[in-house]
Design a protein. Structure first.
Length: 512
């Protein structure tokens, strides 16, 4: 850590990941589902990311939206240097990266920035000093346009309450023998495991301790998540009240499934919650009920509700496309252990139609042969399909969008081996977002992009060898497969499924 870090980890870089919840189209969809107006986010709009890290999310979005203007801010010069280099290599002229702390977003620097239609901050709010939170509120008050959207994610209470003493212990253990933060964090987590085994850390903390053990598999993430001086989870109600100081109102969770109370709460819980008039308190109580550790929320600066008729019209005009193979049985697990199953006659027909081509929501709800007077509406259909990731938003991309995406995606070939070990983000204009491919998925994608005919057995053999060369084993459906023969059988079967069911979806999306 350093003096200029305000107690934040600076000696190791943050992970270079893409977060689809920060996509403007998805934020606008969340607002519409919540019944609130949002700004026009097609063509020219202005977007700002606070705490952009190495810039992956903003870079992908800039490539997807060549007519929009992007600003991305981070106080770590190593992050900004990397992001600027990537933007230059991709030929992106619509994005500006600024190296500055949040408390420096004042004076001439603030005056030089435009008003923004969208501001996002992932993994920022509950990791920084209170003074920097105050600076962000001032920035939002000055630069988020009326009607503009804010995305904010944060560690939520009360779920984190049991783990908070362990985070303090991990941070103290890491500081007791100073070294580079990722190594210190790994050492501290290993010590924590032994303290739990010896019952120095009591039995009641064992479940929470597993979160630290799991995080220890990604050392850079571990350091940035847990070793910051001002790490402090928060109740939703407190975050909402703080943001209200910048005239912001909550509109929806960007994790769309969490907006459907009937899926995350029991009937008795919903009945009691309906007696509470405060939406901030209802959301906080929902976090109690669902043991929610991490919130991803959309706020609007100047809440303007839309009519039910307008919401249905906007949602009906949205076009959907498949993003992954449709499940054999489409169902949602509920907190009481039961499963919610939608109208199979409607959803089976919808999936069959989407396998042929993208459709608008209105077209899907009026397919020939659907049961008369079925009860599936636009809110349910788009919420379930996009919320589960089975489908996504679709548009006919422009030539400029296709060209920008092709140039950006070509950067993957400059260092192909790393993406064959940890996967990659593919910029997909038709879906208005980036698509995250795991390492085995990327190997298949690269094979086809190079004009080769994919062979499931050969792809499996190559992937297993890469795992073995790095001292690991393939993992399919969260199962580690150590036996060589079993691995070949299972990985080959997985590739065969992807070639048959996933590759056609990639072609529809224009990825191939």
């Amino acid at each position: 850590m350093s003096a200029w870090g305000y107690g934040y980890v600076t000696d190791v870089e943050y992970t270079d990941d893409f977060y689809r919840e920060q996509t403007p189209a998805l934020m606008a969809l969340a607002a519409t589902l919540g019944g609130f107006e949002s700004p026009e986010l097609e063509g020219h709009f202005k977007y700002c990311e606070l705490g952009c890290g190495q810039g992956r999310t903003s870079l992908v979005l800039a490539a997807l939206n060549p007519d929009a203007e992007f600003h991305a801010i981070d106080f770590n010069p190593a992050h900004i240097a990397h992001a600027r280099r990537q933007a230059r290599l991709a030929g992106l002229r619509n994005i500006t990266f600024q190296e500055c702390s949040f408390d420096e977003l004042t004076g001439r620097r603030l005056d030089a920035m435009p008003g923004f239609d969208v501001v996002t901050m992932h993994g920022v709010w509950t990791w920084i000093a209170p003074a920097l939170q105050t600076a962000i509120l001032a920035f939002l008050n000055a630069r988020l346009n009326p009607g503009g959207l804010l995305y904010v994610s944060f560690n939520a209470l009360p779920a984190w309450s049991q783990a908070m003493p362990l985070q303090r212990l991990v941070r103290e253990l890491a500081a007791a023998a100073p070294q580079r933060s990722d190594l210190a964090g790994a050492r501290a987590v290993e010590q924590l495991e032994r303290l739990v085994e010896a019952n120095i850390v009591p039995e009641r903390y064992r479940v929470a301790a597993k979160r630290f053990k799991d995080a220890g598999k990604m050392l850079s993430y571990l350091a940035h998540e847990y070793l910051n001086e001002h790490w402090q989870p928060a109740y939703f109600a407190d975050v909402a009240r703080d943001l209200a100081g910048a005239k912001l109102s909550f509109v929806a969770c960007s994790d769309l499934m969490k907006n459907f109370y009937n899926l995350v709460l029991t009937e008795q819980q919903r009945a009691l919650m309906s007696e509470i008039s405060s939406p901030e308190l209802r959301e906080s109580l929902k976090d109690f009920c669902t043991d929610n550790w991490f919130r991803q929320d959309v706020f609007v600066r100047g809440a303007h509700r839309m009519s039910e008729q307008r919401r249905e019209q906007l949602l009906g005009a949205q076009r959907l496309t498949l993003m992954r193979p449709t499940p054999e049985a489409f169902e949602i697990s509920k907190p009481d252990g039961s499963r919610w199953r939608p109208d199979a006659a409607v959803y089976d027909a919808v999936f069959k139609a989407l396998k042929r081509r993208p459709h608008t929501v209105a077209e899907l709800l009026n397919l020939e042969g659907l049961p008369k007077e079925h009860l599936v509406g636009a809110v349910e259909l788009i919420g379930m399909l996009v919320g589960t990731g089975v489908a996504g938003l679709y548009q006919d991309p422009s030539r400029a969008q296709i060209a920008g995406a092709e140039t950006f995606n070509a950067l993957l070939d400059s260092d192909p081996e790393i993406h064959l070990t940890r996967g990659a983000v593919i910029t997909v204009p038709a879906a208005r977002t980036g698509v995250i491919l795991t390492a085995p998925m990327y190997a298949l994608y690269r094979c086809i992009r190079r004009g080769q005919t994919p062979d499931a057995d050969e792809l499996a053999r190559a992937f297993i060898k890469r795992c073995r060369d790095r001292g690991g084993h393939p993992v399919i459906d969260d199962k580690v497969i150590e036996d060589e023969a079993e691995a070949q059988t299972v990985v080959t079967r997985d590739y065969a499924f992807k070639i048959e069911r996933l590759v056609p979806i990639w072609r529809t999306l224009g990825m191939l």
